[in-house]
Design a protein around this ligand. Sequence first.
Ligand SMILES: NC(=O)c1ccc[n+]([C@@H]2O[C@H](COP(=O)([O-])OP(=O)(O)OC[C@H]3O[C@@H](n4cnc5c(N)ncnc54)[C@H](O)[C@@H]3O)[C@@H](O)[C@H]2O)c1
Ligand SMILES: O=C(O)[C@H](O)COP(=O)(O)O
Length: 594
Amino acid sequence: MALLPPPAHSLRPLTLTTLNPTTSLSLLSVLSPLPSFSLPSLRLSTHHHLSNRSLRFLPSAPAATSAETVGTKPTVIVTEKLGEAGLAFLREFANVDCAYNLSQEELCAKISLCDAIIVRSGTKVTRDVFEASKGRLKVVGRAGVGIDNVDLQAATESGCLVVNAPTANTIAAAEHAIALLTAMARNIAPADASLKAGKWQRSKYVGVSLVGKTLAVMGFGKVGSEVARRAKGLGLHVVAHDPYAPADRARAIGIELVPFDVAISTADFISLHMPLTPTTNKLFNEETFAKVKKGVRIVNVARGGVIDEEALVQALDDGIVAQAALDVFTEEPPPEDSRLVQHENVTVTPHLGASTTEAQEGVAMEIAEAVIGALKGELSATAVNAPMIPPELVAGNTGIKGVKVVYTSSRDPDDLDTRLLRAMVTKGLLEPISSVFVNIVNADYVSKLWGLRLSEERIFVDGSPEIPIDSIQIHLANVESRFASALSDAGDVRVEGRVRDGIPRLTMVGSFTVDVSLEGNVILCRQVDQPGMIGRVGSILGAKNVNVSFMSVARTVPRKQAIMAIGVDEEPEKETLKMIGEIPDVEEFVFLKL
Ligand SMILES: NC(=O)c1ccc[n+]([C@@H]2O[C@H](COP(=O)([O-])OP(=O)(O)OC[C@H]3O[C@@H](n4cnc5c(N)ncnc54)[C@H](O)[C@@H]3O)[C@@H](O)[C@H]2O)c1
Ligand SMILES: O=C(O)[C@H](O)COP(=O)(O)O
């Protein structure tokens, strides 16, 4: 019985490589289940750790717009001012369209011509933008930290990776918070305006001292901890509130982590450094202001939305909050007649926290590197919406009852991050059967839609911890295979891969132990194990001028069945493959383009 080769697209390879591989491990999922499932090949290399930082992912579909894959440069639209060095770096790899001050309509009109977009806080990357991109947009780069202006759910659903530049503006933001704190305490802004208006009002602008007062840092992340460090140097007693921050990080710089109510009720100064999320939205509201120490002074360089601005105006009017210094606003720019901005006890700056020359150059380089990396297929360390695949996904209508991935490794399970590998398997299974393009970003989302059940098993083996994974097996339950030999004795489709001498190899197909390098074109053929079979196949290929690069045979029991793997330099014509399939005693074959 000979089976026709699966359609070429079903064998499209996925590739995982590392920036600096020392060892590599490859796995090929070679076999196309019937009728509509097929497994692209998986190839991956590992660095020391199988972590997000050390793995690169080259998508096989629309991100083929990258320079590496089709020889033309991708297009990156930059919608807000970016440091020159970063722009120059981007231009080496991409066509860069700096289009500032676009309306939302103008952005939607342009976006279908762009592979990536780089924004700061002033551009809203909404669901409309993703929809208008018609699948072309593959990367959103946020040149800064806060990603509250990007619809992450819509990005994930459309398979678009969102990366940010989380570190380069930390110090600038912390310095700005300290600048606002001291300027507010000493009335610098109104005193400056007054003097410039020709007045000399020394008694009006008597300030308050910082030394010995308590500062509550709300959000003890990168910026918050730098603010805390600096504030201690000013003689402030600093406490911090952050439900997710490790206590030892705070202890290391001599800061106590305290509950929310303790922080706000004991502080003379409060500085906000948490992200804007559904949980932190309007966290400072009427109720909160009712609990603060009367006369508290508040600094906000985080996000305007963290404060209920109407409640703050009321608290200022009532003297509950003595002063506020704000760099960020719910609506930016705020309305000209904003009572908050105009309040005499409020000092404002127009979202300048990250705006130092040094920070902007740093952010531009950080985001350029992240976006270029993402366009090249790397899964950036700063990916914001990288996939997380839960170990078990609810079964649904894929027809595949279960997928099991079995790793053998000498690593402790806690030291083996397999999220990307799971995502790759999911992609390999679902892309050929999904109407949407599946990539590593949305694989999890799509798999949930399709109800794929994926489980993992880790088997400990002795070996070097430098080699994170010794082998990977993929078991597919409840599917038939185009290549029936892939069925194991247990009745599931099963393949295994491992690396030998740095070369990824297919080492098991169903119940057959094989040893096939995962490169080039391979014909896998199951036949009766008897003399002459290799010659018959070889002579057909020779007659059709198809050069054979290697040939290996594996069998379960001598004189019963064997699997022959034949490497060929070029893809044989359909007719040639058909002739191989018609050889008596060739029971089935499959052609693989790896
Ligand atoms: N004004 C500016 O120009 C400017 C510049 C840089 C950063 N920012 C903003 O500052 C914020 C912090 O930036 P970062 O780089 O420190 O981020 P980060 O992720 O390092 O730190 C944020 C911290 O907030 C904590 N957090 C989350 N929810 C919280 C809650 N409910 N209560 C208390 N803490 C909570 C997190 O655990 C985390 O430790 C972000 O919103 C960012 O956009 C503004
Ligand atoms: O989140 C950030 O990084 C800051 O708010 C900076 O925003 P910006 O890039 O618009 O200055």
